[in-house]
Design a protein around this ligand. Structure first.
Ligand SMILES: *[C@@H]1O[C@H](CO)[C@@H](O)[C@H](O)[C@H]1NC(C)=O
Ligand SMILES: *[C@@H]1O[C@H](CO)[C@@H](O)[C@H](O)[C@H]1NC(C)=O
Ligand SMILES: *[C@@H]1O[C@H](CO)[C@@H](O)[C@H](O)[C@H]1NC(C)=O
Ligand SMILES: *[C@@H]1O[C@H](CO)[C@@H](O)[C@H](O)[C@H]1NC(C)=O
Ligand SMILES: *[C@@H]1O[C@H](CO)[C@@H](O)[C@H](O)[C@H]1NC(C)=O
Ligand SMILES: *[C@@H]1O[C@H](CO)[C@@H](O)[C@H](O)[C@H]1NC(C)=O
Ligand SMILES: *[C@@H]1O[C@H](CO)[C@@H](O)[C@H](O)[C@H]1NC(C)=O
Length: 401
């Protein structure tokens, strides 16, 4: 019975993809009548191929004290304090089975894993404007890592974990981080994870340290050698495992020269090249909606996708491209814009555009937290964009284009 229904579903889906002609009617908001248009979808040849589980969302580290422009929008949505017992949260993640979840963000490079190796006090992030990123170093207790992994397993999520790439480096006054990554603490987290039998889909090195960086940067040749270190750690610790997690990097803003150098230096060591997108500018901008509804503005991001695609095509590498984090408007988005229906015009456009340039997975900032969550931060109830990415019929990017 199951296969019969599956077959019917597939049939409808193929018909939909090949012969789609959708009539769209919308009210003219300025008070006129109805505007009618027809959307034709040419499904006779594919123009790109995405991962089966293209949709991904992020979880961040920001504590409740993280505020932007006088608004504190994170509440208890951090990996460290989110209520993992909430049934709405569990079901929202489960509904995708599987949903990719990328864990990371600005503070990830200042997190210490409390594995006891090396021994360090496990202290929480404290707000301090003289510190890099406005907070002190933070810490992930292993008891919390256990809870998170139990939740991911129950929810059927595929986890991509961002590692602390600033560990062991010294910051110079010109904004660069010097020296190699000290991977001992990360290796000890990975060892703990393997020993516990927790399945991790990918280990990603660093957050926004590429190119000019955001606050701090690491040179591409140094980064390449750090990714090699990560690859060796992963190969070593998973040598007895059937399934090896992916190695991802650098999780930063696209900079053609920097990315090209990284990929050409270690073409065989990287499974996924990740980049971040905040193409609408700061969340405080009062003209965000104008940009979201302007197709020409939105198309500007195609240059980045296209440039990364040609770097990967012209290099003898198996690495694929993912958007590892995209929230549209940086500094936590904008309440009633990036968590409202209008934001679907940005989100759906991004999903489709990225797919046509061979992006395999697209991680939305955030699953929950900030003003751009797929879920409401306090109630966990889905915001409109949750539905944008959960229905293949509404979202053409969810099928193979
Ligand atoms: C929408 O309605 C206004 C006011 O009636 C009219 O001026 C405008 O041309 C209409 N726009 C479209 C796209 O039909
Ligand atoms: C649909 O795509 C195919 C392959 O790219 C092309 O040959 C054909 O002309 C297209 N059909 C229409 C109606 O544009
Ligand atoms: C969540 O559930 C677990 C297991 O039932 C329980 O030990 C824990 O205290 C609960 N946490 C919260 C925040 O309710
Ligand atoms: C904030 O950080 C600076 C630099 O690390 C340190 O000197 C200062 O004591 C800290 N302030 C507080 C209130 O802890
Ligand atoms: C960082 O600074 C410390 C203290 O000044 C020094 O001992 C260490 O060698 C430096 N490390 C690198 C990688 O430059
Ligand atoms: C890269 O891809 C080729 C062709 O798909 C495959 O034969 C090869 O094993 C892959 N290499 C690695 C290192 O994954
Ligand atoms: C989230 O839920 C709270 C409580 O119901 C509500 O006040 C708030 O407006 C919601 N936020 C959004 C963006 O819908």
């Amino acid at each position: 019975m199951g296969s019969q229904f599956q077959f019917l579903g597939l049939y409808f889906w193929v018909v939909f993809c090949i012969y789609s002609s959708i009539t769209v009617e919308s009210q003219n908001v300025s008070g006129g009548g109805t505007i009618e248009g027809t959307v034709l979808i040419n499904g006779s040849a594919s123009i790109g191929r995405i991962d089966d589980d293209f949709i991904c969302a992020t979880m961040d580290w920001w504590p409740p004290e993280k505020c932007d422009y006088g608004t504190c929008s994170w509440g208890h949505a951090s990996m460290l304090n989110l209520d993992l017992n909430n049934t709405v949260l569990l079901n929202a993640v489960k509904a995708f089975s599987p949903l990719k979840l990328r864990l990371g963000g600005t503070l990830q490079d200042k997190v210490i894993y409390d594995t006891g190796s090396p021994p360090q006090p496990c202290t929480q992030f404290v707000k301090n404007s003289s510190e890099l990123f406005g907070f002190t170093q933070g810490c992930l207790p292993m008891s919390r890592w256990d809870e998170l992994n139990n939740f991911f397993k129950k929810a059927g999520a595929l986890v991509i974990f961002g590692l602390n790439a600033l560990n062991g480096r010294n910051l110079s006054s010109d904004g660069s981080a010097l020296g190699p990554w000290d991977y001992t603490n990360a290796a000890s987290l990975i060892r703990y994870t393997v020993n516990k039998g927790y399945v991790i889909y990918g280990w990603e090195l660093g957050n926004e340290l590429s190119g000019n960086g955001v606050g701090v940067r690491v040179a591409a040749d140094q980064y390449a050698s750090d990714v090699l270190s990560l690859q060796h750690v992963v190969e070593d610790l998973y040598k007895n495992s059937d399934v090896k997690p992916l190695v991802l990097a650098p999780g930063g803003f696209f900079d053609a020269g920097w990315y090209k150098q990284l990929v050409t230096t270690i073409p065989k060591s990287l499974d996924v090249v990740t980049h971040h997108i905040y193409n609408l500018g700061p969340g405080v901008d009062t003209h965000l909606i104008d940009k979201i509804l302007d197709p020409t503005y939105l198309d500007g991001e195609a240059n980045t996708f296209s440039s990364l695609q040609s770097i990967l095509k012209s290099t003898a590498t198996n690495a694929t491209a993912w958007v590892g984090e995209a929230g549209g408007a940086y500094n936590s988005g904008h309440n009633l814009v990036t968590n409202a229906f209008v934001f679907s015009f940005w989100y759906l456009d991004q999903l489709g555009m990225s797919a046509t340039y061979d992006t395999k997975t697209y991680c939305r900032q955030t699953l929950i937290g900030g003003n751009y969550g797929l879920l409401n931060t306090t109630t966990f109830v889905p915001n409109p964009d949750y539905y944008s990415c959960s229905s293949p019929c509404y979202n053409p990017a969810c099928c193979t284009l």
